[in-house]
Design a protein around this ligand. Structure first.
Ligand SMILES: *Cc1c(COP(=O)(O)O)cnc(C)c1O
Length: 404
C-alpha cells in the first residue's frame, strides 16, 4: 500500500481542507486586529465572535462562556492555577487522577510547590475513577477537582456526569480536561454541571496553537495572562484570528458530522481490536471495550519494545505512538499503563493506534498485517521470548495469548 498511514490522531490531526479555506482570508488580506475600530478590525472581530458561537455550540455552552487560549495546555494551566490561588482562603486541597495529561499533572506538581496538597486518585483496570474513592478523598479544605473527560493514551471515558454531581453537591469547583473528547463524543455543559472545561483545536482537524477554556457563567475566574483587555479582560494578547476562525470551522464540522464519524470510527476500532487480538499472540488491549473513545486503540505486545515497534512501522509508512518513549534501562513506562496495573515488562511493549475521520478499512487491514510481521520480527530477536517459547513447548503445550 503506497503513501502514509496516519494512525496518531490523538497526538494531532491535519487540518481539514474546509478549515484551511476558512482560515486563508485571515492569514492574508483580512489581517485586522480584532480590537480596532475600523472596518478591517471589525471583520476580524466578527469572525472571532462567530467562532465563539461555533465552538460553544458543540458543548451547548453560551458563547460568553468561551475564552480562547493558545491550546489545551494553557487552558489547563489557567483553570487549575487560577482557581487554586483564588480559593486558597477556603482550603489548599486539590483532587485529580493518576492518569491525567501532563498539562494537568505537572500543573498540580507546580501547585504542590506553592503549598497546595494534591490527591491523585487511583483508577480501576479500565482507567475509570472510582466514585467511592473520590468521595472519600474530599475533605473540608478541598477547593478543586480536576478529572479528564477522556484519556489520551487508552481512550477511557470517565463518568463525568457523576463526578461533576459529586463536586457540585459539595460546592467544590470542578474542571475537566476535555481535549480528547471535545468534538469526538457528545458533551453538554447544560446537562453536566462542570465549571471549567479545556479543549484544543488541533485534535479535531483544526489548527495548532488554539483552544478554549469554558468557564461557567457566574464563576469569577481571574485572568491568567495579564495585559490588554481581550477576551473580556480574562485573557490578554492579540487574538489569533486565523487560528480561532479555523477552530470554529473545525468545531462546526465536528458537531455536524459527529454521529457519522463516531459510527464509522467505532466500527473500524472494534475491527482493529478484534483482528489484533486474534492474529497476534501475547497481545492485550489496554482500557475497556466500553466507555472508550471511538477512535482509540491501545495494545501491549509482550516481549517487544514499543519504540522498536514504532521504528519498524514507520519504515512501512505507518505513524503510530507508544507510551514507552525510551528503550534502554531507565523507567519510562507510561503513568497511565502503570495506573491501570499493566506489569512494567509488558507496558514497555505498548502501541497506541488512533483513527481519524479519513481512516479506511484497507488501512486498518494493512496495518494489522504489518503489525503481525513487525511484532514477530522483534520477538525473534528477543531472548526472553525464545526462552519463554521453549519453556512453553516443554511444558504445557499450545497455550497462546495468555495476556487475554
Ligand atoms: C493534547 C492534549 C493536551 C494539550 O493540548 P495542546 O493544545 O497540545 O496544548 C491536553 N490534554 C489532553 C488530554 C491532550 O490530549
Amino acid at each position: 500500500m503506497p503513501g502514509m498511514i496516519y494512525l496518531d490522531h490523538a497526538a494531532t490531526t491535519q487540518i481539514a481542507p474546509e478549515v484551511l479555506e476558512a482560515m486563508q482570508p485571515f492569514l492574508f488580506g483580512k489581517y485586522g486586529n480584532a480590537s480596532t475600530l475600523y472596518d478591517l478590525g471589525k471583520i476580524s472581530r466578527e469572525a472571532v465572535e462567530n467562532a465563539r458561537r461555533q465552538t460553544a455550540e458543540v458543548i451547548e455552552a453560551k458563547p460568553e462562556e468561551i475564552y480562547f487560549t493558545s491550546g489545551g495546555s494553557e487552558a489547563d494551566n489557567w483553570a487549575l492555577k487560577t482557581a487554586a490561588r483564588m480559593y486558597r482562603r477556603r482550603g489548599n486541597h486539590i483532587i485529580t487522577t493518576k492518569i491525567e495529561h501532563h498539562a494537568v499533572l505537572n500543573t498540580c506538581k507546580a501547585l504542590e510547590q506553592e503549598g497546595f496538597q494534591v490527591t491523585y486518585l487511583n483508577v480501576d483496570e479500565e482507567g475509570r475513577v472510582k466514585l467511592e474513592e473520590l468521595k472519600r478523598a474530599i475533605r473540608p479544605g478541598t477547593i478543586l477537582i480536576s478529572v479528564m473527560y477522556a484519556n489520551n493514551e487508552i481512550g477511557t471515558i470517565q463518568p463525568i456526569a457523576e463526578i461533576a454531581e459529586i463536586a457540585r453537591k459539595r460546592q467544590i469547583l470542578f474542571h475537566t480536561d476535555a481535549v480528547q473528547a471535545y468534538g469526538q463524543i457528545p458533551i453538554s455543559v447544560r446537562e453536566i454541571p462542570v465549571d471549567m472545561l479545556s479543549t484544543s483545536s488541533h485534535k479535531l482537524y483544526g489548527p495548532k496553537g488554539v483552544g478554549f477554556l469554558y468557564v461557567r457563567e457566574g464563576i469569577p475566574l481571574k485572568s491568567f495572562i495579564d495585559g490588554g483587555g481581550q477576551e473580556r479582560g480574562k485573557r490578554a494578547g492579540t487574538e489569533n484570528v486565523p487560528g480561532i476562525v479555523g477552530f470554529g470551522k473545525a468545531a462546526e464540522m465536528a458537531r455536524l458530522e459527529m454521529p457519522y464519524r463516531m459510527a464509522r470510527e467505532e466500527k473500524l476500532r472494534d475491527d482493529l481490536i478484534k483482528m489484533v487480538l486474534r492474529e497476534i499472540p501475547y497481545a492485550r488491549l489496554n482500557g475497556g471495550r466500553k466507555n472508550r473513545l471511538p477512535n482509540n486503540t491501545n495494545f501491549c505486545f509482550q516481549f517487544v519494545e514499543g519504540s522498536n515497534l514504532l521504528v519498524l512501522l514507520d519504515m512501512k509508512g505507518i505513524c503510530a505512538s507508544t507510551a514507552s518513549a525510551c528503550s534502554a534501562g531507565e523507567k519510562p513506562v507510561s503513568h497511565v499503563l502503570r495506573a491501570i496495573g499493566v506489569p512494567e515488562e509488558v507496558a514497555h511493549g505498548s502501541l497506541r493506534l488512533t483513527l481519524g475521520k479519513n481512516t479506511t478499512p484497507e488501512e486498518i487491514g494493512y496495518t494489522v498485517e504489518c503489525l503481525k510481521d513487525c511484532v514477530s520480527k522483534l520477538r525473534e530477536k528477543s531472548l526472553a521470548y525464545r526462552e519463554y517459547e521453549k519453556s512453553m513447548q516443554s511444558g504445557r503445550k499450545g497455550e497462546r495469548g495468555m495476556l487475554e
